[in-house]
Design a protein around this ligand. Structure first.
Ligand code: NDP
Ligand code: GDR
Length: 361
């Protein structure tokens, strides 16, 4: 008798932080993982180099901007589960490329959902929704599934469309489709222009005498930060529920950017004192008196989300999920990795295979 075929997952965004952890997780669960990669003039597979030759991982060129490509891939692959993680995911960048962000983050989602509908398939569909939907309005925290949305960036607005079209296809066509409303989650694999990785990397480099100062934007912004590896498991658990539903995934704590920086520098052996206010605020090394953190207004956003703080009660009840890694542990593991394996060079170029040199973070 033939062995049953492994479950098949189709992923967009596999080369990103979450996609790489999710692909590892699904392979460990015995899945066949099929994923699209965007053609690029440089290698973008750094985060998945260690699994790229796995016998159950299959990659294809593809793009969320290309309907026909998505349609024919889904037709060939016939996945049981689809995880739509691909996106222009940088909030600040979305103010500079608003139309492209909508093209990929909003229309990319309808392209996938519509292909599923037209092909008459019944895979389970996960949409990477975000706490940016809430916009952090005063008086709304902690935010839950019932908190009204008020996105404050082109990214948030594009993701709002993706959220509602996912709900709409569930309700209109009976698709098993759901939104994971994930609050910020980080890791050593986090993109280097997001604030946590920017800080952990700079703290390590400054401690090693390879950088003088770190320039940041709004130090007062508060975020609910968790560990990406914990969060991808919640995505998978959501698709195992009998009924599709939209869930907030969060740590249930909130911290300022300043707190993250204080802990990160401490983990690198540098105690900071904070002096001044607004654009004049400085993080000064207690021992040497040198300025190690400064504020640069160029990192301020046209509109800021001041406070995100999630309430993950429903996820705990329905999924039995809760984060395993505390805020302090997250900061420490990110800085520890950067102290050991920061081999990216000063020009910001990530050499292919750089991650392979260290243990997978
Ligand atoms: P990353 O920015 O690390 O990864 C984004 C992924 O999307 C990359 O694989 C990227 O490919 C891919 N991508 C970008 N544009 C396209 C396109 N046109 N077609 C196909 N793929 C594309 O994001 P994260 O891993 O952090 O986040 C994953 C998802 O979750 C995103 O949708 C994000 O918006 C959302 N999210 C993230 C949160 C977080 O805190 N990390 C919180 C809430 C939601 P390439 O490598 O080629 O650029
Ligand atoms: P965010 O993450 O916008 O929450 O989106 P990011 O790390 O970019 O910013 C978090 C907060 O830090 C403030 N900040 C800075 N941000 C950056 N990038 N660089 C800086 O120098 C800096 N200084 C201060 C920001 O103003 C902001 O308040 C992330 C992405 O992963 C989205 O895709 C996801 O949907 C949300 O998290 C939840």
């Amino acid at each position: 008798m033939n062995a049953p075929r492994p479950k098949r997952a189709f992923l967009t965004g596999i080369t990103g932080q979450d996609g790489s952890y999710l692909a590892e997780f699904l392979l460990e669960q015995g899945y066949e993982v099929h994923a699209i990669l965007r053609r690029s003039s440089v290698f973008t597979s750094t985060r998945i180099d260690h699994i790229i030759h796995h016998e159950r991982l299959h990659t294809y060129h593809g793009d969320l901007a290309d309907s026909s490509n998505l349609h024919s891939l889904l037709n060939r692959i016939e996945p049981d589960e689809i995880y739509n993680l691909g996106a222009q995911s940088h909030v600040a960048v979305s103010f500079e490329v608003p139309e492209y962000t909508a093209e990929v983050d909003a229309l990319g989602t309808i392209r996938l959902l519509n292909a599923v509908k037209d092909l008459g398939m019944r895979p389970r569909f996960y949409q990477a929704s975000t706490s940016e939907l809430f916009g952090g309005l005063p008086g709304t925290a902690p935010q839950s599934e019932t908190t009204p949305f008020y996105p404050k960036s082109p990214y948030g607005a594009a993701k709002l469309y993706a959220y509602w079209i996912t709900v709409n296809y569930r309700e209109s066509y009976g698709l098993y489709a759901c939104n994971g409303i994930l609050f910020n989650h980080e890791s050593p694999r986090r993109g280097e222009t997001f604030v946590t990785k920017k800080i952990s990397k700079a703290a390590a480099r400054i401690a090693q005498g390879r950088q003088q100062v770190l320039a940041l934007g709004n130090l007062d912004a508060k975020r609910d930060w968790g560990y990406a590896k914990d969060y991808v498991e919640a995505m998978w658990r959501m698709l195992q529920l009998e009924q599709p539903t939209d869930l907030v995934i969060a740590s249930g704590e909130t911290h300022t950017v300043r707190e993250f920086a204080t802990l990160a520098f401490e983990a690198a052996g540098i105690e900071l004192d904070w002096q001044g206010e607004g654009v004049h605020e400085r993080g000064i090394c207690r021992r040497s008196g040198q300025t190690r953190v400064m504020v640069d207004a160029k990192y301020f956003r046209p509109a800021e989300v001041e406070l995100l703080w999630g309430n993950p009660t429903k996820a705990r009840e329905l999924l039995g999920w809760q984060p395993r890694t505390s805020f302090a542990e997250l900061v420490q593991l990110m800085v520890a990795y950067d102290l050991k394996f920061d081999d990216y060079g000063g020009d910001g170029v990530v050499p292919a295979g750089a991650m392979r040199q260290g243990p997978q973070p």
